[in-house]
Design a protein around this ligand. Structure first.
Ligand SMILES: [Zn+2]
Length: 468
């Protein structure tokens, strides 16, 4: 393995920014500083670039069945899209099949990733059926390096939907089992009722997807999940927080001193409810859950990221083609597969809309994309930092790189991009995974199958202290 010295760049971590060189050997960072003993190292000129730890996207759905179809990106195209956005590790959802076990879910996703992933990865299991044998199996999951599970409070009428008693018991068991419980927090019962009423009225267009999932149903479920975690005495993570009322429940929990982690996503900053009302059936391209909101929510979400109520920024990359997949819901919005591609655009959107607009610092950018993800998901300090001993996952970020998204220049396998025509300033010039160059100047150069499964460990103290 080559020995590399990144020279003349500005190192940007979650803690601070400084001029330093970074020496890499045998897949690891060995030193960060000046006048390093770099005998025999190949030099990488990082002048004008920001040298950052590789980004982690702990919220993707590659090759995942949903609503009678399967996501458009597999582990090859999905990880290629991710690395083109500076991401060096994914944590993806493996679904417990009906009648299946947690180990079965991990095994199935291990096969999906094999020979395909160009970046490192981990799994989390979506528990869909909490049988007695599954309760007993939870600690084995953690022993396999799978340190988180997901519970869906939404999608009533599908196998994903979970009642409160099972959510609560999973939270109770999670402490001993060494896993962090994450929740999709929307009130599934109320959404099902609102959807039924909308269809009965003949309201079938994509915009009714958003109108039948109002902010309050997310806020109510967020608060309920947090309170159930409080009763169970367990930490919890709320993913894809989309609106101010849900964030308020998280903020109040932090004021009480409760350990609640929370994620938000680029689509809630780049798009809005009005996008679902685009002409024809175009709005289907913007159907995800929780839905896109009124932009009046954004100042609160930015503030949440700034003060630490929201610690992580994940893509929720869940790609479906317009043709043949989104179109399944042409006459009934409830049949539109839920999800947007965004793994490639995640960091560029955050830099363009957040850092350049003065809403976040470059160090907060690294924290929410990398360091906090590694800590909360139990991969720190192997991932999420450029300290000696960490994996040499390195992004050379060009703060002035100018790109415009179009379906043709995307690295994923989707027939549209919701970001069509949107321009970004700031992006990855090159990306290294464990010291190997995987992406440079718009092109993925890493080998499919070179990504590695990374074991993670979660303990209540391995996470991150929550501040308010
Ligand atoms: Zn998701």
């Amino acid at each position: 393995m080559a020995k590399l010295l990144f020279t003349d760049g500005k190192v940007v971590t979650a803690e601070g920014s400084y001029r330093a060189d970074v020496l890499v050997e045998d897949e690891k960072v060995v030193a960060v500083g000046t006048n390093l003993d770099a005998n025999g190292a190949e030099t990488v000129d990082a002048a004008g670039k920001l040298v950052m730890p590789g980004f982690i996207d702990a919220h993707t759905h590659m090759d995942m069945p949903f609503g009678g179809t399967v996501t458009a990106d597999d582990w090859a195209t999905g990880t290629e899209a991710a690395v083109a956005g500076g991401t060096t590790m994914l944590i993806d959802f493996s679904l417990q099949e009906e009648g299946g076990t947690l180990a079965g879910a991990v095994d199935a996703w291990t096969e999906k990733a094999r020979g395909k992933a160009v970046i490192d990865y981990g799994f989390r299991v979506a528990i869909t059926d909490l049988r007695d044998d599954i309760k007993a199996e939870l600690p084995d999951l953690s022993a396999r390096g799978v340190a988180s599970v997901k519970i869906f409070m939404a999608y009533k009428g599908t196998p994903l939907y979970t009642e409160d008693d099972d959510l609560f018991e999973t939270l109770q068991l999670s402490k001993e089992a060494g896993v962090l419980v994450m929740v999709h927090a929307e009130n599934g019962d109320v959404i099902a009722k609102l959807q039924q009423q909308a269809l009965e009225r003949g309201d079938v267009a994509p915009k009714f997807h958003a109108l039948t999932r109002p902010e309050e149903v997310e806020a109510e479920a967020t608060n309920r999940a947090i309170r159930l975690a409080e009763v169970a005495g367990a930490p919890i993570l709320v993913v894809h927080v989309s609106c101010a009322p849900a964030l308020e429940a998280i903020h109040l929990a932090h004021e009480r001193g409760q350990t609640v982690y929370a994620e938000t996503c680029p689509q809630y900053f780049a798009f809005e409810y009005e996008d679902l009302a685009r002409e024809g059936f175009e709005g289907a391209k913007y159907v995800c859950s929780p839905p896109l909101r009124d932009p009046s929510n954004r100042p609160a979400l930015w503030n949440g990221l700034r003060v630490g109520d929201l610690q992580i920024f994940g893509s929720d990359h869940c790609s479906f083609n317009y043709e043949g997949q989104k179109e399944m819901g042409k006459d009934d919005f409830t049949l539109i597969p839920n999800g947007l591609p965004g793994a490639e655009e995640r960091a560029m959107a955050l830099w363009t809309l957040g850092v350049r607009e003065g809403k976040l610092s470059e160090n907060q950018f690294v924290a929410v994309l990398s360091t906090n993800q590694a800590r909360i998901y139990g991969a720190y300090p192997r991932k999420g930092t450029l300290a000696p001993g960490a994996d040499a996952d390195v992004v050379l970020w060009d703060p002035e790189l100018s790109t415009t998204a179009t379906a043709e220049n995307r690295h994923g396998n989707v027939d549209y991009t919701p970001y069509e025509g949107m321009s970004f300033t700031g992006g990855p010039a090159s990306v290294y995974v464990r010291g190997s160059l995987v992406y440079r100047d718009g092109e993925v150069v890493g080998e499919r199958g070179s990504g590695k499964f990374i074991e993670r460990r979660f303990t209540a103290t391995s996470g991150l202290e929550v501040r308010v």
